[in-house]
Design a protein around this ligand. Structure first.
Ligand SMILES: Cc1cc2nc3c(=O)[nH]c(=O)nc-3n(C[C@H](O)[C@H](O)[C@H](O)COP(=O)(O)OP(=O)(O)OC[C@H]3O[C@@H](n4cnc5c(N)ncnc54)[C@H](O)[C@@H]3O)c2cc1C
Length: 475
């Protein structure tokens, strides 16, 4: 058997080795030299190769960040998805130890039958632990359970010089590596505390909201009690109906229910409405993927939310509630060929309704309404590049075309100003439009701390990404 080092050394970084590497939104198409290591030693060898070749290194998990946090044009891209072994599982304590390429899906499939669910999950089950901690993801329970990083007991980090370090919540470095988007070191192993559940189902309450004020009032009503909260916003709602949408709160069920804990019983159905193959849904979506079509779809969703199941509870599986966006495979293809960007801003609670209202009005003024709006409640955390605030976030999906690109970016910059003026923040996983001065403003002192750490842990600046370059993070 040949050593990993010999194999990596033999690689010639010619044009024929370039592979397409996109953000999830596919609005920034790049190519990189992709390596898929299977162990820590291979990553060390890839760093050595990068040093020799004078190439930057970009870390990449499942590529689910929407923009350019996981891309590096003509860089060496380390894709950690093959490092996906579960190293140990203690079904008594709910502690799992695994390689960083293990995904959220792997976690719930492995642990659910023993009555454990990941403490924080994103709107899709495909992110890897390394990628999720790179940006420190949040879920629909951010206001009560914090970010994923808050549930990590220990992790191994590999630095560009080949040093491997174990860090935990008692170490400052722990809060610095998590959240800094793969710019300080590679997370290679994670020990995580899973959350105990009795049932694989949730009790879900739905209520339609007619305005921003009604939305916020609903979050305030349920925030001390519900295990999850999220609301959908129709960004085509105008005037007094700005902010209208459909709020959901959900609670774990306390009753033991073995059947619902069997992973295969959680699988999402392959048919929608019992007859339509969901693999074809994106093609139908594509027919509606323009301003008029999306106005209609948003209107129909809002009206049906007012009529069906309004102010009622229903039971829904953890998977169906958590990973709604995974219901429709390949849905992003509906945005082809220009792709889309997601814009998520985080605003302190006192200003949230006002800032989001102004953002939506701006979109309507530009004729560039978001096709999907999602409102969530957050709490602050102490990670270096934390995106969370004691307030709310609004995530907005915008279609990108050759024609609208400049206008869209101009509008995003005006929306940034509204957020910054209110003391708000942004999130690298969802960013495509921030300027270096915006990052300077919202990160403040944290950015200076980061630059000192960069000199200490990666003095040659090997770790980079298109986002790090765009925002001049290393300067
Ligand atoms: C449909 C959808 C729904 C989503 N919902 C949510 C949500 O509810 N909440 C939320 O917070 N996010 C959400 N996201 C964003 C997503 O969770 C994050 O972008 C997450 O980082 C994706 O993980 P990944 O493995 O794909 O990482 P990538 O996108 O590949 O990488 C993310 C970042 O981590 C760095 N990185 C990758 N691997 C490592 C490593 N081993 N060590 C250190 N750094 C590393 C990368 O350089 C990059 O900066 C959603 C994304 C999609 C597509």
């Amino acid at each position: 058997m040949r050593l990993a080092q010999e194999m990596v050394k033999e690689v010639k970084l010619g044009v024929d080795r370039l592979e397409p590497v996109d953000g999830f939104g596919q609005s920034n198409r790049t190519a990189g030299f992709v390596f898929r290591p299977t162990c820590v030693q291979e990553i060390r060898d890839i760093f050595a190769l990068a040093q020799e070749e004078g190439r930057a290194v970009t870390l990449r998990g499942a590529g689910r960040s929407y923009g350019d946090a996981n891309t590096g044009a003509e860089a060496i891209v380390i894709d950690i998805q093959r490092m996906n072994r579960i190293l140990s599982w203690d079904c008594e304590s709910g502690v799992i130890d695994c390689e960083a390429g293990v995904t959220i899906e792997d976690l719930w499939r492995y642990c659910l039958e023993d009555g454990y669910w990941p403490p924080v999950v994103t709107g899709t089950m495909y992110p890897t632990l390394g990628g999720a901690l790179g940006v420190n993801v949040h879920g629909k329970n951010n206001y009560c359970k914090g970010t994923l990083g808050e549930h990590v007991l220990e992790m191994d980090v590999l630095f560009a010089d080949g040093t491997l370090t174990t860090v935990g919540p008692g170490d400052e470095l722990f809060y610095q590596v998590i959240s800094t988007a793969g710019q300080l070191g590679v997370i290679v192993r994670v020990k995580l505390q899973m959350h105990h559940v009795h049932s694989g189902n949730l009790s879900v309450y739905a209520e339609s909201a007619r305005s921003w004020n009604e939305q916020i009032a609903l979050f305030e009503r349920f925030e001390h009690d519900a295990d999850y909260m999220v609301s959908w916003v129709d960004c085509f709602g105008r005037g007094v109906e700005s902010g209208r949408g459909l709020f959901h709160a959900a609670w774990y069920l306390e009753r033991d229910d073995h059947q619902s804990l069997i992973a295969s019983n959680q699988d999402l159905p392959s048919l929608i409405l019992g007859f339509f193959p969901k693999s074809l849904v994106w093609k139908v979506l594509k027919l509606f993927c323009h301003r008029v079509g999306m106005r209609l779809i948003n209107w129909a969703k809002y009206r049906s939310g007012c009529l069906l199941g309004n102010r009622k509870h229903h039971v829904q599986s953890l998977v169906a509630f958590s990973f709604l966006l995974d219901y429709v495979p390949d849905w992003r293809k509906a945005y082809a060929p220009g792709g889309f960007i997601q814009y998520q801003s985080f605003v302190p609670k006192e200003h949230a309704a006002q800032v989001f209202d102004a953002q939506v009005r701006l979109q309507q003024e530009y004729g560039l309404e978001s096709y999907l709006g999602v409102l969530k409640r957050h709490r602050p955390d102490k990670f270096l590049f934390s995106h969370a605030v004691d307030g709310y976030s609004l995530a907005l999906d915008f279609k990108v075309t050759e024609k609208n690109r400049d206008k869209l970016w101009e509008m995003a910059h005006r929306m940034n100003d509204l957020v910054l003026g209110a003391g708000g923040k942004f999130y690298f996983a969802k960013d495509s439009t921030l300027r270096p001065e915006d990052a300077e403003k919202y990160l403040g002192e944290s950015l200076s701390t980061f630059r000192l750490l960069k000199q200490k842990y990666d003095p040659d600046g090997l770790l980079s990404s298109d986002l790090a370059k765009r925002l001049k993070l290393h300067r």
